[in-house]
Design a protein around this ligand. Structure first.
Ligand SMILES: Nc1nc2c(c(=O)[nH]1)N[C@H]1C(S)=C(S)[C@@H](COP(=O)(O)OP(=O)(O)OC[C@H]3O[C@@H](n4cnc5c(=O)[nH]c(N)nc54)[C@H](O)[C@@H]3O)O[C@H]1N2
Ligand SMILES: Nc1nc2c(c(=O)[nH]1)N[C@H]1C(S)=C(S)[C@@H](COP(=O)(O)OP(=O)(O)OC[C@H]3O[C@@H](n4cnc5c(=O)[nH]c(N)nc54)[C@H](O)[C@@H]3O)O[C@H]1N2
Ligand SMILES: [Mo]
Length: 747
């Protein structure tokens, strides 16, 4: 093990028996999807069935806690809806559920490899794309396969890659890195660590992690902070448990967070509440920020955001005077406005000018063990020419220099126009564009349906696979396979240990990638087994996959104030990893890409201000996709114990709006707008802000059967969301759109 790493599992048993049961200390992670990788104790019976999942009290990350989806794993493993066998279907039968034929793994993989080779030879590897969804253990393996094959076209299919990437890009432009909220998650002794202090104030900005445990942040950590005296400011249009327990809540108009951030900066600067020392020593462009936020007076900001000026002033004072002050942001700020990057930029500035960076109890720069470069595991396999062929690089420079992803927006246009070249194939693994990740799913379906070849790799035969795939490969669940959990914002390497035999003929994603890779481009897939590959994968830790069993999870060493100690820059000098060595409030990176170097706010499009005509016809603002604890996106609808929590897709509306529209709690309606509609059941709730509706996402009815694509076409809320992005190519508007409600009538 490399120096300084801390092996939490050392001395703890990794497996033992209690009565008839075997208990294995391991890590939970995909499939099904999740953002975290919690420590678990998996109970198995004599027949090797999973009987129970408990949180591992010795794992510092989750300290014995688990979400309800993990607790339901025994049900999920035995779900009769799981896909268990490889299937194939003639290309001209796409969409016909009766045309599937069961086949062997060898045959299925041969078909995939033959098609991928043919497409590469005839048209070039770049004409074959790879799609991945969120929070599953495939990112590295799939990206590696794509690079080895020669395609840089790897994408998530969400317009503007609007999950975390707008925030990450915003931070790359200013910090040359990224920060995480300091909940002490980087320490194995957590809240007892002598270097750590609880934040005096935690600003919760567009996130509801009690439901979502998002981006490597366990919801209960906030409760732990509250027990230690932390006060909350919650910025969220809806009333949530967190905002109900907050010192202050700012229930702003969706999509106006950029204006609020600039308003907070302006008040902090005008009232001389900023951290002079930090600003002078470590930032670049403060004077320019002062100018751009000047127009955002309390009155103007309040008017834009539908807030009270006094509330904004009070929040600004609390943020500036709380030592320390942490901020946890969420998905809302990635996808409530096409201009999400300048919005993320503006939000960060509030915490930069108050000096809350890499300080205990503030916002720390993580030691990212994900930035390993194990043998072959780099996208370095791609040539300059391959990378220049990535879709989107010519339109959005950030996709050229920063992100490894291709742009979904540019890809959609490429499929529709054949420019700059014609696409020919797709490998879709852990994503479901027609159900969840894609805005405007009809448009995406029409763009993809004529590709020469499509294969899908998923634990379930989802509607996307039904509609589009020619070959389908079944994926097993996490207790059925070995793996490494290096999850979002992860501060640790942890091991997933196989405790059950896979159901049917399902296999893990790394096994599938390795098998395909060995036949497709054997020179880049020399590993005998996936376990050999895992050892290379965690090379930066100096531990093998075998050794990890007794040591996991292992944590890298951590220090605060790395910018003062020369720990952030490759040249070892103090400062941040940017061109100026300072936090670039005025971003030279954005400037060099032809983007505005300073933060700015633009009205969400469409919206009451940007498009009054549309607003007149669709006078309600639409938030979509607020997370529900029982489901991970489109998953878990077939698990009875979880479905019972949310049997149907809801649209949450305020009682006054329900009265105006003459609709009642429990009534079915069409949620509709200028682009499309979907069916929803009304939930009348005072948690809603008047004038703002919130609709669940990723819905379909498995019970409706494959002939109707599980009713996804009438249930998908993304029918109402156009496929658009901002100037940088990151960000979209899924959480501040426009809509209205019509009485439900069958067509
Ligand atoms: N309206 C609206 N739409 C949204 C959002 C929103 O807030 N509002 N959120 C967006 C966001 S942030 C995201 S990240 C996207 C997510 O979008 P997706 O990642 O496409 O989510 P899912 O539809 O759940 O599709 C994932 C598929 O992966 C499969 N799967 C689960 N685990 C594994 C695994 O380990 N291996 C493999 N091979 N497959 C697996 C599941 O069975 C499912 O069919 O959705 C976006 N869509
Ligand atoms: N159970 C479960 N957990 C999940 C997922 C899941 O599907 N199910 N998905 C995972 C994924 S991929 C992601 S990205 C994360 C997302 O999880 P989070 O980051 O927590 O995001 P959301 O749940 O979409 O929304 C959080 C809050 O934003 C508020 N909001 C909506 N519009 C605005 C706005 O314009 N401004 C502000 N300030 N607030 C707004 C909503 O009211 C909501 O309370 O969750 C992850 N975790
Ligand atoms: Mo996401």
């Amino acid at each position: 093990m490399k120096e300084g790493f801390i092996p939490v599992g050392e001395g703890l048993p990794s497996q033992w028996t209690e009565g008839d049961e075997t208990i294995t200390r391991t890590t939970a992670w995909s499939a099904p999807g999740c953002h975290n990788g919690c420590g678990v104790l998996l109970h198995t019976d004599k027949e090797g069935n999973l009987t129970k999942v408990e949180g591992d009290p010795d794992c510092p990350f989750n300290e014995g806690r688990l979400c309800l989806r993990c607790l339901a794993m025994p049900q999920t493993m035995n779900d009769p809806h799981r896909a268990l066998y490889p299937l194939k279907r003639p290309r001209d039968q796409r969409g016909n559920p009766d045309a599937w034929e069961r086949t062997t793994w060898d045959d299925a993989i041969d078909i995939i490899v033959k098609n991928m080779k043919e497409i590469k030879e005839k048209y070039g590897a770049h004409t074959f794309m790879f799609n991945q969804g969120t929070g599953r253990d495939i990112t590295y393996y799939q990206t590696y396969l794509a690079s080895a094959y020669g395609s840089a076209n790897v994408l998530g299919w969400q317009a503007g890659e609007s999950c975390y990437l707008p925030r990450i890009s915003g931070m790359a432009g200013t910090l040359g890195g990224f920060f995480l909220t300091d909940y002490s998650q980087q320490f194995v002794d957590r809240y007892d660590n002598p270097d750590w202090v609880a934040p005096e104030t935690l600003v919760v900005w567009g996130a509801n992690f009690l439901n979502s445990n998002s981006d490597g942040n366990m919801g209960y950590w906030t409760i732990e902070l509250m027990k230690r005296g932390t006060k909350l400011i919650v910025i969220d249009p809806r009333l949530t448990w967190l905002s109900a327990h907050a010192e202050q809540r700012l229930r702003l108009r969706p999509g106006t967070d950029g204006a609020l951030a600039l308003g907070l900066c302006n008040y902090i600067i005008e009232n001389d509440l900023y951290d002079h020392d930090f600003v002078d020593k470590w930032t670049y462009g403060f004077d320019e920020l002062k100018e751009v936020c000047k127009p955002y007076t309390l009155e103007k900001t309040a008017e834009i955001c539908w807030l009270d000026p006094d509330d904004i002033a009070r929040a600004a004072r609390t943020i500036a005077t709380s030592k320390p002050c942490a901020m946890q942001w969420g998905l809302a700020v990635d996808c409530n406005n096409d201009e999400a990057v300048p919005q993320a930029h503006a939000i960060q500035c509030v915490f930069i000018i108050t000096g809350q960076i890499d300080n205990p109890g503030g916002n720390f720069l993580p030691v990212d063990i994900q930035t390993y470069e194990g043998p072959g595991f780099s996208t370095g396999l791609l040539t300059e020419e391959d990378r220049n062929l990535k879709i989107g690089v010519d339109r959005f420079p950030m996709y050229k220099y920063g992100s490894t992803a291709a742009s979904g927006d540019a890809m959609l246009e490429c499929l529709e126009t054949g420019e700059p070249y014609q696409m020919h194939g797709a490998w879709i693994q852990s994503a479901s564009p027609l159900v969840c990740c894609a805005n405007d799913p009809d448009r995406v379906y029409n763009a993809m349906k004529d590709l020469d070849f499509i294969c899908m790799i998923d634990p379930y035969m989802n509607a996307t696979a039904q509609a589009l795939a020619d070959v389908f490969l079944p994926v097993c669940m996490f207790p059925e396979r070995n793996g490494i959990a290096l999850t979002t914002g992860s501060q640790r390497a942890a091991r997933m240990t196989k405790v059950c035999e896979p159901k049917g003929e399902s296999k893990s994603d790394p096994e599938i990638v390795l098998e395909v890779g060995k036949k497709l481009c054997p020179e880049h897939f020399q590993w005998e087994t996936v376990e050999d590959l895992f050892t290379d994968f965690i090379e930066t830790t100096g531990v093998t996959f075998e050794e990890l069993e007794d040591l996991q999870p292992i944590y890298p060493p951590f220090e605060y104030y790395k910018h003062e100690k020369g720990l952030l820059r490759p040249d070892g000098q103090p400062g941040f990893n940017t061109q100026t060595g300072r936090i670039e409030i005025y971003s030279t990176m954005f400037q060099s890409m032809g983007l505005d170097p300073l933060p700015y706010f633009e009205e969400p499009v469409p919206g009451p201000v940007s498009d009054p005509e549309k607003f007149e016809k669709y006078p309600y603002i639409l938030i979509t996709g607020t997370r529900r604890p029982a489901f991970f996106h489109s998953e878990h609808r077939t698990i009875p114990g979880l479905r019972r929590v949310n049997p149907d897709p809801l649209v949450e509306i305020h009682p006054d709006d329900a009265k105006d529209l003459d609709v009642h709690d429990g009534e079915w309606v069409w949620l509709t707008n200028y682009q499309g509609r979907c069916k929803r059941k009304v939930s009348v709730s005072k948690e809603a802000l008047k004038g703002v509706f919130t609709a669940d996402h990723a819905w379909y009815y498995p019970e409706a059967g494959p002939e109707n694509l599980y009713d996804v076409r009438e249930l998908n809320v993304n029918n109402l969301i156009p496929y658009t992005t901002g100037k940088s190519g990151f960000g979209t508007n899924m959480k501040a759109n426009l809509c209205t409600i019509e009485k439900f009538k069958e067509d």
